[in-house]
Ligand binder design. Structure first.
Ligand code: FO1
Length: 305
């Protein structure tokens, strides 16, 4: 059995690690809507987070960046009175430098393959597209680039809308053979910031609409709150009830199955009345590596049932 995991950054990478540790046959399709250029470097935060997490190199406390990092470059950027709101560690900068150099002659997919090899990662980690997709956050007054909203302004602006610039023209990663996957798992990443900029790519969207019985959403909401990051806050500011039913509704066009936490069992009937299968796990909150493997194993049981 082969799965495709659709994945954003920190939350998605945790489930990906559970699959990786469970020795499963799977490929990853990763969001590039957060990518941006900073000091001339092409930064792909979600690809980095996934690679660092799977290779056990991630800074676990942050969930992003490398462990055992040093910050001499950032300190000197500060000394030079330049911008330090986006924290680039010395070792991490090497990844961005190498990617930027590779992108002069190669696609983002090829650059990612080369970096994965260095991190000893034998699996396929595909950027959602080789074309630029840029997630833009609209608040009442302003428009923010993703990293400005997320890091510089710490998700404080009230989100009134989200745009994915370039998505209409963006081609789905052409390494993917969608028909080759027995099932597609949407990781517990932020639906608006991390998953929509992948699944709204036209070719993938058309495929999911036709094959939604193969698609499994893992809820990023547990007990009316986000597992990680600003999902709940964004739902509130978009006037969406913060619960698993809203997540099922958000994905109902493209997914026929949702995995929820046991603490949300009271929503099973409402979800089933949308003709969506509801699968219950006790492991949606992933604190340890064991939790990640346990959740992956629960999902694999559902996929094999
Ligand atoms: N997230 C932060 O909250 N603050 C940072 O300074 C920061 C720096 C950073 C550098 C490289 C990288 O690959 C990721 C980094 N992230 C940082 C994480 C990133 O902005 C977000 O986790 C994702 O874009 C959201 O999925």
């Amino acid at each position: 059995m082969k799965s495709l995991l659709i994945c954003g950054g920190v939350g998605g990478a945790k489930l990906a690690k559970g699959f990786y540790r469970s020795d499963q046959n799977f490929d990853l399709l990763v969001n590039v809507g957060d990518d941006f250029n900073h000091f001339g470097l092409h930064i792909s935060p979600d690809l980095d987070t996934v690679m660092y997490t799977l290779s056990d190199q991630v800074n676990q406390k942050q969930g992003w960046g490398l462990k055992d990092e040093s910050w001499t470059t950032l300190e000197n950027i500060k000394f030079l009175n330049s911008e330090t709101w986006f924290q680039l560690g010395d070792k991490d900068i090497a990844t961005h430098m190498v990617r930027t150099q590779l992108l002069k002659t190669k696609t983002l997919t090829e650059a990612t393959q080369i970096i994965c090899k260095a991190f000893n990662l034998p699996l396929n980690i595909y950027p959602a597209s080789n074309d630029p997709i840029e997630t833009i956050i609209l608040s009442e007054q302003e428009k923010y680039s993703f990293q400005e909203y997320f890091v510089k302004y710490q998700t404080k602006p009230l989100v009134k809308g989200i745009e994915y610039h370039g998505i209409q023209k963006a081609a789905l990663n052409d390494c993917l053979d969608l028909e080759s996957y027995d099932n597609i798992v949407i990781c517990p990443s932020n639906p608006f910031l991390s998953i929509d900029p992948i699944i709204k790519i036209q070719e993938l969207n058309n495929f999911l609409l036709k094959h939604k019985e193969r698609v499994y959403v893992v809820s990023p909401i547990v007990a009316n709150n986000s597992l990680k990051g600003p999902t709940a806050k964004i739902m509130q500011s978009l006037n969406i009830d913060v619960n698993v039913l809203s997540i099922a509704k958000h994905y109902r066009e493209v997914a026929n199955n949702i995995v929820i936490d046991a603490s949300d069992s009271n929503f099973i009937n409402d979800i089933q009345s949308l003709e969506i299968n509801c699968l219950v796990s006790e492991h949606l909150v992933m604190r340890s590596d064991n939790d990640k493997v346990n959740l992956a194993n629960d999902i694999l049981k559902f996929l094999n049932a």
